[in-house]
Design a protein around this ligand. Structure first.
Ligand SMILES: [Zn+2]
Ligand SMILES: [Zn+2]
Length: 250
């Protein structure tokens, strides 16, 4: 059988007017940035987004686009607690602007081993607020910490980094319960609890141990693995990342 050389492929590519596909064996491979998927236009403009190689790079100041009792009370963004939790107790922390950069795979893929999610940021919501996992400091359940969540289900940790562990109700109120909520570090999207008219729970047969499944979504009509938020623990993610996590720097 005739061996097709790289040069032959190159000429064929040129003939097809596809110059970018032309690469000879002896050429140094240069990194070409992938194209930013249009789904990332769903992020607020407060999040700066670019592409680096095969990663989407998102940088956020992590300031929520809604009010909170965790702004200082002279700030115009302060709003006293008006949520539904009679056990609400405001922690002493206040919201502080951050500089957090996520680098997430542009073409997420299932990992052969599923790493546990970290403490601290494991994802980013479309409004730029970071997402934490289902544990409070020390790896304990959120049951006590939940009483510190504000009326939009977020709160700042000790250094003022505001975050959600559970459904960000400001986003689901504005965009709907089946809307895109954000992404985890492995590049897979997170959706709200409602799908095809059904409100999912963590025990829904359709969700796997990572709290997701593969099907078409509004943003990915050809189907993609995606996580779902539920009202019950573990809320957003279960037993770790479905895919290979990117990096977060802060
Ligand atoms: Zn927390
Ligand atoms: Zn789904």
């Amino acid at each position: 059988m005739k061996k097709i050389s790289a040069f032959t492929i190159c000429v064929a590519a040129l003939a097809a007017s596809s110059f970018l596909a032309c690469k000879k064996d002896d050429e140094t491979t240069t990194t070409t940035n992938a194209t930013l998927p249009t789904v990332f236009s769903k992020f607020n403009s407060s999040v700066s987004i670019s592409v680096s190689g095969n990663y989407v790079v998102l940088t956020t100041d992590d300031i929520p686009d809604h009010k909170s009792p965790y702004f200082i009370n002279t700030d115009s963004r302060y709003e006293a607690y008006n949520g539904t939790n009679p056990m609400f107790s405001r922690a002493p922390n206040t919201i502080v602007s951050q500089k957090i950069t996520f680098k997430i795979p542009i073409g997420p893929a299932v990992a052969s081993t599923h790493a546990a999610t970290p403490m601290g940021p494991m994802g980013i919501a479309v409004n730029g607020v970071v997402i934490y996992n289902q544990y409070a400091a020390g790896g304990v359940a959120l049951s006590a910490e939940i009483n510190g969540f504000d009326q939009y289900n977020g709160h700042p940790q000790m250094s003022g980094q505001y975050h959600y562990h559970i459904e960000p109700t400001y986003i689901t109120s504005a965009k709907g319960k089946s809307a895109l909520i954000g992404f985890l570090l492995d590049g897979f999207p997170i959706y709200g609890p409602l799908e095809n008219g059904v409100t999912l729970t963590s025990s829904s047969a359709t969700l796997d141990v990572y709290h997701g499944h593969t099907s078409a979504t509004a943003d990915y009509p050809n189907g993609i693995y995606h996580y779902h938020i539920t009202a019950d623990a573990p809320y957003i993610n279960g037993n770790g990342f479905y895919g290979t996590a990117g990096t977060v720097t802060q």
